[in-house]
Design a protein around this ligand. Sequence first.
Ligand SMILES: [Zn+2]
Length: 161
Amino acid sequence: MTNDLHARAETLIAKERVEGISPVEQEWLGKHLGECAQCTESAHAMQQALRSLRTLSISVPRELAARTQLRVWLRAQELQAREPRWRLIWALCGASWVAGAATAPYVWRGLEWIGHRTGMPDLVWKMGFGVWWALPAIVAAAVLLMEGGEGTTRKNVNGAA
Ligand SMILES: [Zn+2]
């Protein structure tokens, strides 16, 4: 067996991995590998090298994917822990707005009466009515803001106490 044949085999082995080889070349290579232990070994070595390369390139995104998954899971846990409080806030807000709508005429009349009795300008008691109406929203906004900066808020509270 001449060196030319081994060289051709080696070229074909590399070519097969990169761009593919024709059926004729494939047949020739198969036959040569069947007869030549040296080329079979080099083909195996190349396959092994390619495999380790492939696992290396796969292991990086896989680890990244695991980390991303962990982050998503942690985020989901965080949201889940926060959800009941959000629901409670919105439920309180809703209840308060419904109660507000039901009692609005009385509050309006009451404020109007107080306003006229004390002689305060119309604008003042009308603004008071506006604040009373917006109070649930203001409270909810304050609570949500506190939730957003929970760490600093807690520190401030502790510092004040
Ligand atoms: Zn050979």
